[in-house]
Write a protein that binds this ligand. Structure first.
Ligand code: B12
Length: 154
């Protein structure tokens, strides 16, 4: 087992700008902790720059943004671009909250991997992240293949 696989998934949760809806992000933070993940809560009133800087310093695997007060069509593409520019392209970016359907293609094209809207069961979020983490670990440490040994010479 490598150091990476011996630790839980680490996720940074944050809210951008003046959005003060805190219930969803709090519920998600609790659920992911319950599911065994390491949750870092960056808090409210973050800028894309602050989130990217914290994500890199804390070496998180996933960034989760909660957005219920619009603004996500500007802030999230900016955050995704900064993340790529600052060497964080391997980090998963997800978002949850009030995200109108018509905004979703733009966010996905910008680099948001998955959008969880109102009413999502938190177990679905935990399952998605667990599956992603296991797939990442599997890619990081391909199983050591044991080639069948040649039959002994007579
Ligand atoms: C409670 C509430 C408030 C409270 C917030 C209290 C608090 N401390 O959180 C108060 C009264 C303060 C408030 C204020 C405002 N609100 Co308000 N509010 C709501 C309301 C009724 C419920 C939100 C909520 O708590 N839901 C419960 C939680 C559990 O659900 P959730 O946040 O959606 O989270 C779930 C998912 O979205 C997802 N999720 C959320 N975040 C994340 C993050 C990650 C990483 C992941 C994976 C998943 C995820 O998982 C969660 C579990 O399923 C919604 C209406 C609604 N039905 O959503 C309006 C709503 C969000 N509010 C709205 C508005 C307009 C406002 C105000 C602008 C009103 C005003 N004119 O002042 C202000 C803005 C304040 C601000 N600066 O942000 C609008 C937003 C419209 C939009 N975005 O287009 C809504 C949708 C109401 C409406 N139908 O118009 N609000």
């Amino acid at each position: 087992m490598t150091a990476k696989s011996s630790r839980p998934l680490r996720i940074l949760l944050a809210k951008l700008g003046l959005d003060t809806h805190t219930v969803g992000i709090t519920v998600v933070a609790h659920a992911l902790r319950e599911a065994g993940m390491e949750v870092i809560f960056a808090g409210l009133k973050q800028t894309p720059e602050m989130v990217v800087s914290a994500a890199i310093q804390e070496d998180v695997d996933v960034i989760g943004i909660s957005s219920l007060s619009a603004g996500h069509t500007r802030s999230l593409p900016r955050l995704a671009r900064l993340l790529r520019e600052q060497g964080g392209a391997d980090k998963l970016l997800i978002v949850g909250g009030v995200i109108p359907e018509e905004d979703q293609p733009l966010l996905e094209a910008a680099g948001v991997a998955r959008i969880f809207t109102m009413g999502t069961d938190t177990r679905e979020i935990a399952r998605y992240l667990n599956d992603w983490w296991l797939a990442r670990l599997a890619r990081a440490e391909p199983a050591t293949r044991t080639e069948p040994s040649a039959p002994p010479r007579q």
